[in-house]
Design a protein around this ligand. Sequence first.
Ligand SMILES: [Zn+2]
Length: 286
Amino acid sequence: MRRTVIQMLATVLVLWGVFTANHTFVERAVPTAAAASTGEAGVDLPILMYHSILKDPGRSGKYVLSPDTLAKDLDYLKTASYQTITVEDLLAYVDNGTPLPEKPVMITFDDGYYNNYVYAYPILKERSMRAVVSIIGKQTALFSENGQENPYWSHLTTDRLHEMSDVFEVQNHSWDLHAYGHRRGCIRERGEDQVSYRALFEHDTQQTQQLLTDAGLPAPTCYTYPFGSLSTESEGLLRSMGFRSTLGCEEGINHITRDPECLYRMKRYNRAPGLLTDTFMHKIGA
Ligand SMILES: [Zn+2]
């Protein structure tokens, strides 16, 4: 009799283990009072990744979303009591304990397209929400110089970045390493020695820092890896250049504590079109 009870208890424990293992994602998705950001336990942070925003449905692709869908996503987050934060807020929390909202979310835009100014900027501003834009320095320099502004192919100028700075925090998405060539993004090429790689990567990164600070904008504190690609050396080099945070493309929820280490290689969810807002938000646990 006693053995049967023990066996039953063991079975229940095993089943409970399986159940919770399968449901950890859902559990994490529902923040409780214990997850309040001011506590030592830290807080969960979903980060969403957007690229181009264009009205023309014919243009929609994996990295193009309609303004309508963006607005629906943001309304969903607002209704669910999420509050947008930037990297600066994360640093204030880690360094000084400045509280984060109870349900923080980070909205990121990669590549720095001019259409972010046309469509995303007013939609965010209307809702008093903030976002992070990670620019490809060489593109911003090119369009700042030629002044061309076309939603389909232009990138943001430094003047527009200034104008948008009440909503958008600007971060570094390389100067000219946003390409698939022999090198994918900023990874070290096969056979490239450490010294050459370091020189190239540092020079590339600093050019974007220089462009922005020369234009009177704050120096980026976060490096957003092109295509999420990195080499084993990349993180160390960015840290030595003073970067406090890096963003990748691996999917998942970040757990933010006062430990500054948690701001490196943060995970994100790409917001591809084709999913209804509700479906996408449920997928990421929001
Ligand atoms: Zn990119």
